[in-house]
Write a protein that binds this ligand. Structure first.
Ligand SMILES: [Zn+2]
Length: 177
């Protein structure tokens, strides 16, 4: 006979074997029930824990997915922004180039006009100098030539007078009749 402590209620009891755990059958049944309940609770807790972990995993995956999607969207947006910025810069450069070409053309045109102006001015100057330096030459008298022609033209008029005379002569006989 040995004295042991009941593993359920804690009271001391006398047992025949050292492997005895409970003071009575009642304590044994209660202990078994409690163990089963504890096991059930533990299983439930484990299941709940597993579910929590699974949900956490799903959430993490979904967060990762959304984070990846968000990152991808941000990358696309950044890429589009970069491209549009590149296009804008290209257009700006083209516009700048056109302006520069236009300015060069305008400058060339201006230069040509100035050169033409200078040439024209030189021409006029040359003509003026020619006119001043040239003395009254026979060619200058040439404009008088038409005067001679007018004299010649005026001469036919006297020719008409004889015709008029003829008509007068013809009219006179008619008066006589
Ligand atoms: Zn007991």
């Amino acid at each position: 006979m040995i004295i042991l402590e009941c593993q359920y209620c804690g009271t001391e009891f006398t047992a025949e074997r050292i492997s005895a755990k409970y003071c009575s059958d009642s304590c044994k049944t209660k202990a078994n029930t409690q163990r089963r309940e504890n096991e059930l609770i533990q299983r439930k807790n484990e299941a709940r824990q597993a579910e929590i972990e699974r949900e956490a995993e799903l959430k993490r995956e979904s967060d990762e997915y959304f984070a990846a999607e968000k990152a991808e969207n941000e990358r696309i947006i950044a890429e589009q922004r970069k491209q549009s910025e590149e296009k804008r810069r290209l257009r700006e450069r083209e516009r700048h180039e056109k302006d520069r070409e236009k300015k060069i053309n305008e400058a060339e045109q201006k230069f040509k006009l100035t050169a033409l102006g200078i040439v024209a001015a030189l021409g006029i100057g040359y003509k003026i100098i020619q006119a001043i330096t040239k003395p009254v030459t026979p060619t200058a008298k040439a404009p008088h030539m038409p005067n001679n022609q007018t004299d010649e033209i005026s001469s036919p008029n006297p020719n008409h007078e004889p015709i008029a005379n003829h008509s007068k002569q013809k009219k006179e006989p008619t008066k006589n009749k």
